[in-house]
Design a protein around this ligand. Structure first.
Ligand code: GLU
Length: 510
């Protein structure tokens, strides 16, 4: 057993865009696989055709690619265990349902939807709001346990619609050891006879999931906590299908909670809470509604992944910044928390800021130039790089550098009103005039020369920075705040700086 190669799978249903909790599930599977030299498989679970959403599968694949959570095999990636889309494996499942019937672990149920509704209604009136098809109630329903063999045969021959249900034993304790939650035990008296095979000829999630995990030789099932209640049923299915020895180990991951800790962060939250819940932007094909994504908001994929990794797992140290390889090296399911993980948007922004600061000047210049290109601003790589290098300390996102530094790309079209009112007066004007004269004579227009000139001017006139600085900044940038003016002016160059000072003198009244 211990010799088995680790194989894990991410098994989303294409019912919409991938929620960031889904990305985290994929990530933990990926980290676990890579850590143990195993395979990470992508399987698309599309047995519920009524919930199929156009474009969802492509979205899932694109999101995983963006995050560099690359499957070794699976839908869209090839492999020896395909097909990896359950709808294409349809013909495979029936024989397992038949085998379960033959062995007495499943049965045909002919109850119509109306009959089931009626039972639920009657139970409700009798004070049992949660009626279930189970080891007790099945005795009074229309199925191959209550009907005679002849009648069952006749109904099958007549092609009457039916489902196949698991036949749960009475009063049996089902135990499993979850790698995150420890021992979990549920009594079959508290479980229901779930449908395994539907009247449309498709297996349900439960049957298809177990059959595929076995056929794909999956060794560990790492998935969201919402599947924990299904795990005992899955344990029984492995047993009844004769696969107990090969049953994967389970690890159920904690929920992602809203920032206030009040409930699960759900797909339906969309942009309502002021941040995206999806990795990539999603356009609902039916309503046309657009939901924002981390990618489009300017997050680095690595920062997003780093943030997600720590949402439910901790390395046992203070380290917060991890490359993917470092995550792989440090990851273990033992350090996944049981308690739900609160999403913290400020922390996500902080991660992005750290990744932005860690970029090389060269790379930052390229990214910034791309951003500028998209805004229709054409500058040299060198220029983009110099601005980016100066602005990066003040930015969380690449686009912040443009938003905070428009003056690098055009002269001020207006002047910040508050600064004008507070700082622009006859004295400020005089200082700008004087500085301008001195700047005009400079041979080298680098930050150091500019600073020396500026400081000399202050000293000669016994002035504090606050008397001269703000007016000077206002004249050149139009703003009241920003990075070092000596750096700003050295990037703008002598001609542009001096011209802007003159324009401000011409335009601004005192
Ligand atoms: N198709 C299920 C989902 O959408 C997969 C659950 C599992 O991993 O077993 O979450």
């Amino acid at each position: 057993m211990s010799e088995r190669k680790v194989r894990v799978r991410f098994a989303p249903s294409p019912t919409g865009p991938l929620h960031m909790g889904g990305v985290r599930t994929a990530l933990y599977n990926y980290l676990f696989a890579k850590k143990h030299g195993g395979d990470f498989v992508l399987r698309i679970e599309d047995t519920d055709q009524t919930r199929y959403v156009e474009g969802a599968e492509d979205y899932i694949i694109e999101a995983l690619k963006w995050c560099h959570i690359m499957p070794d095999e699976g839908q869209g990636f090839g492999g020896n265990y395909g097909p990896y889309r359950q709808s294409e494996r349809k013909s495979l499942y029936r024989k397992y349902a038949d085998q379960l019937i033959e062995d007495g672990h499943a049965y045909y149920a002919f109850d119509t939807a109306e009959e089931l509704d009626r039972m639920r209604e009657l139970a409700k009136q009798a004070g049992t709001p949660n009626w279930q098809y189970n080891h007790i109630t099945r005795g009074s329903m229309k199925n191959s346990i209550t009907l005679s063999q002849a009648e069952v045969k006749q109904r099958l021959d007549n092609e009457e619609p039916y489902v196949i249900r698991i036949k749960l034993p009475r009063n049996e304790e089902v135990k499993l050891q979850d790698m995150v939650r420890g021992w979990v035990s549920v009594n079959t008296n508290n479980m229901d006879d779930k449908v395994l095979f539907k009247s449309d000829g498709m297996p349900t999630y439960h049957l298809a999931n177990i059959v595929d995990d076995r056929l794909m030789d999956i060794t560990h099932v790492i998935r969201g906590e919402e599947w924990l209640p299904s795990a005992p049923l899955h344990v029984l299915l492995y047993r009844y299908l004769g696969w107990e020895d090969l049953r994967p180990q389970f690890a159920h991951l904690p929920l992602l909670l809203k920032p206030d800790g009040n409930g699960k962060l759900s797909k339906r939250d969309g942009d309502r809470l002021g941040f995206p819940v999806f990795p990539l932007q999603w356009r609902n094909p039916e309503s046309g509604d657009i939901f924002s994504g981390y990618r489009e908001q300017g997050y680095f994929a690595d920062a997003f992944v780093n943030m997600l990794a720590l949402l439910g797992w901790n390395p046992g140290t203070d380290q917060e910044l991890f490359t993917m390889q470092q995550l792989i090296d440090s990851f273990s399911l033992e350090r996944v928390n049981k308690a739900g993980a609160k999403y913290d948007h400020d922390k996500t922004r902080w991660f992005n800021q750290q990744y932005l600061r860690a970029q090389s000047d060269e790379q930052l210049g390229l990214l910034f130039q791309k951003e500028l290109d998209a805004a229709g601003i054409e500058v040299s790589h060198e220029y983009a790089m110099r601005v980016a290098k100066l602005m990066k300390e003040r930015a969380y996102f690449i686009q912040d550098m443009l938003e905070e530094g428009p003056y690098f790309f055009h002269a001020p079209v207006s002047y910040d009103e508050k600064t004008v009112n507070k700082k622009w007066n006859a004295e400020a004007r005089l200082h700008v005039e004087e500085l301008k004269k001195r700047f005009e004579t400079l041979q080298f227009f680098d930050a150091e020369s500019l600073e020396t000139t500026f400081q000399t001017y202050l000293q000669e006139n016994n002035l504090g920075f606050g008397k001269v600085g703000p007016g000077f900044r206002l004249a050149v940038t139009g703003l009241g705040m920003g990075p070092s003016m000596f750096e700003v002016c050295s990037i703008l160059g002598k001609q542009e700086t001096v011209q802007r000072m003159q324009t401000a003198l011409d335009k601004l009244p005192t």
